[in-house]
Design a protein around this ligand. Structure first.
Ligand SMILES: Nc1ncnc2c1ncn2[C@@H]1O[C@H](COP(=O)(O)OP(=O)(O)OP(=O)(O)O)[C@@H](O)[C@H]1O
Ligand SMILES: [Mg+2]
Length: 414
């Protein structure tokens, strides 16, 4: 089991369990895949524990069968409207004359100790810049002289009860949650290039039930948001507008959907069988795209509001990287670009070995991102892998290794 990494993406439409082996060149060889329709999950959150546990269990069993690996622990994705994030500052007096690791650790502890109610748990604390004696914009303060060290941190929290339900549902299949990873952060590991990360960009994973956003500036996560809208809303609008059962609306969306009406010819049409009709009727594809266009633009307007509220709207020259199943909708890139006024590209997992064919879709960005995250964690000293509670027992290694480790820790640990 130790040579393998496992990720379970608990989505609103599908549960995806992936088992991979990390090759010597750090590429991932996919050994097992278990994709099952999700049940008992709405807008990223468990609403029926039994149904959710069963579908998670089936997905895990399938991944175990294909890989021949008994899964004991896994990284599990988390999202939903209960996720909140706040920016926090940790301030400490520098103990010696120069900043040392222990000062940074104390500053992070101080940032982490923001007042968080008992009903919430911390999922990630991401450090993203320091200031020393009031001088902002310091990336790496170690060894610098100063008296007062401040760290700027992004603290992501989740409702304890909701996270606990997910832990229990995964636990029912005999698998321990090693760590929750916020969905957009996992997706970003797969779709974001280093250049985009450094220049400033926003990752947007639109699934069935949620739209997960993460803003990167200067190489670090600056803001995260989870919106409770997704592709299911588009399907519902089509079902209402054309009076179709949801399953037919979903099919119509995937076969004929487009989010830019102006791109569709006047005479393009397809057949549907609405409620109450005895024979199929012709439906204009332009009319369908009008329904979709309205919803898709509204979704990006919502995203834009959130981006503006975060204060980083002017800092994203690399634009938006769209992923998630809904990014397969024709026209969506244009719609996003029109509403947001920034460059937009779509992305999906690539450079995978083994059983990877099925995973070459943006719907699997989060699942594969969990594997990338797990692989990076596995390269850390063993005592780092389980989260912050064990951090203090770690001894510093030799210089160069330790720096790599610290960079990883900065990105990965809660
Ligand atoms: N070709 C397509 N055109 C339009 N929409 C599509 C297409 N293929 C998939 N979708 C939509 O993608 C959505 C599923 O995406 P995904 O698998 O990323 O969701 P999820 O991870 O299960 O859910 P979430 O992350 O929101 O909890 C569904 O709403 C589906 O209708
Ligand atoms: Mg998803």
């Amino acid at each position: 089991m130790d040579d393998f990494v496992v990720g379970i993406d608990v989505g609103t439409t599908k549960i995806c369990t992936l088992v991979a082996r990390v090759e010597p060149d750090d590429s991932l060889r996919i050994m097992g895949v278990g994709v099952e329709p999700a049940e008992g999950i709405r807008k990223g959150v468990i609403v029926d524990l039994t149904a959710a546990s069963q579908s998670i269990g089936r997905s895990i069993a399938q991944a175990e069968q294909t890989s021949g690996v008994k899964i004991e622990t896994a990284l599990v994705s988390l999202a939903g409207a209960h996720v909140a994030s706040i920016n926090s500052r940790g301030v400490v007096a520098v103990a010696g004359h120069t900043v040392e690791d222990s000062d940074i650790e104390r500053a992070m502890d101080s940032a982490r100790s923001v007042a968080i109610p008992n009903s919430r748990e911390v999922i990630h604390v991401i450090q993203r810049g320091f200031s020393l004696d009031g001088q902002d914009g310091i990336h790496q303060p170690i060894g610098m002289h100063g008296y007062r060290l401040e760290v700027e941190a992004h603290v992501i929290t989740a409702a304890t009860a909701t996270a606990e339900n997910l832990r229990q549902a995964v636990g029912a299949a005999g698998v321990r949650v090693a760590q929750f990873v916020l969905k957009p952060l996992a997706s970003a590991e797969v779709v974001l290039t280093d250049t985009e990360r450094n220049m400033g960009a926003i990752v947007c994973d639109i699934g069935g039930g949620t739209t997960d956003l993460a803003i990167y500036v200067n190489g670090d996560v600056w803001h995260t948001m989870v919106l409770a809208v997704g592709g299911n809303n588009i399907t519902q609008d089509i079902a209402h507008g054309l009076r179709l059962p949801l399953s037919q609306a979903e099919e119509v969306k995937k076969l004929h959907g487009h989010s830019v009406q102006a791109e569709i010819g006047m005479d393009e049409a397809f057949n549907i069988l609405p409620f109450g009709a005895e024979t199929p009727m012709r439906m204009s594809r332009r009319d369908l795209s009008l329904i979709i266009e309205a919803r898709v633009e509204e979704m990006f307007e919502l995203a834009l509001q959130e981006i503006k509220r975060s204060g980083y709207d002017g800092l994203l020259p690399a634009g938006m990287i769209l992923t998630g199943g809904t990014s397969l909708l024709p026209g969506i890139r244009q719609s996003a670009s029109k509403v947001l006024g920034m460059p937009v590209r779509t992305a999906q997992p690539d450079k995978l070995l083994g059983l990877a064919d099925k995973l070459n879709s943006p719907a699997y960005a989060t699942g594969v991102g969990l594997l990338t995250w797990a692989a990076a964690l596995q390269s850390l000293p063993i005592s780092y892998r389980d989260g912050p509670q064990k951090r203090r027992s770690v001894q510093k290694g030799d210089g160069e290794n330790w720096n790599t480790v610290k960079n990883l820790i900065k990105r990965l640990l809660p």
